[in-house]
Design a protein around this ligand. Sequence first.
Ligand code: GLU
Length: 385
Amino acid sequence: MDPRARDLFARARRLVVKAGTRVLLDADGRLDLNSIRRLLEELAGLCAGGRQVIFVTSGAIGAGLAPLGFAARPTAIPELQAAAAVGQSLLMQAYNGFLAPLGYTVAQVLLTHEDLEDRHRYLHVRNALTALTGRRVLPVINENDAVSVEEIRTGDNDLLSAMVANLVGADALVLLSDVAALCTADPTRDPNARPIPVVEQVTPEIEAMAQGSTSGMGKGGMASKVRAAKAVTAAGGALFLTHGKRSTLTAVVEGRAEGTLFLPAPDPLNHRQRWIVHTLRPAGELVVDAGGARALRAGGKSLLAVGIVEVRGEFAVGDAVLIRDDAGAPVAQGLANYAAADVRTIRGRRTGEIAELLGVRTYDEVVHRDNLVLLQDAATKTRSP
Ligand code: GLU
């Protein structure tokens, strides 16, 4: 394993560890109590050693299927929600059972994407997690599957754990998965596929590699692991992907495990910027003309109405919008100062005309530079040192 992994984990004080369903359950969908016991003991050991650890668990839906009499995973959302409600409590029972003899207890936090999207709730979650640290508790997080319908879902726990890692400013996120590493090609189809031990930057080539891979079909597959890596590394954290049954967490933090290490960006986005780019989902899009795109890309400029040529979708004041150039390339993501209907009215017009067009001019900028993150920064701030 790369020596950088050893250094990185030796220094890491705050860790988020995510285990996938196939790590926590056996092939028949029952709790894999040996695997769970080992993992919980390792997590408690890390806490006892003075690290702050948050555990993101999957497996709720999987663990709830058999007790409800499902032979296979249902497709109806209410049935999945029912399974999650049952399975989540079975997981917590098992986790508390293994932690109690070690003097630890579980603090369960179930989140939906809405909780992370709303800035106030996001900060409340962060405060709650902060209050749990330094005590003999292991915060355990999962998506609140019993209440999550599609619109409010994070989607999968790779992304949820990346958001949590960024929320608490983790030094590293460890994904314990059913795949051992990111490979140069899909190892199930290409005999020449080789594992990639270190990714210095999540480039479009790395993203393309992950897209093509069908292996490791947890909920999100490799593509969501690479998306998680992109979000975490851009925020200055590292991500380590490894096989959750073949390697141990202890081997990971000692820098001995096989896997893929995604290195942190040397010049990361700040907290608010990464929330805007990596947590919020754009509610609409603004297409800007060549001059507008140039001004934004040069940096430090707000988006004015005059540069906007098209408004797509419906968004309200304060919603996230994706800004594209007229060739369709993404330029930036930011928070809108005006709702979509108003931007349609003022697009292409000078700032001085806004009051007359709308009857009121609340802001000079459609997206203020303080609320705007260039997507080239979000990506290239993962460049190698
Ligand atoms: N939240 C889901 C569960 O606990 C897992 C989602 C995932 O594996 O990404 O069943």
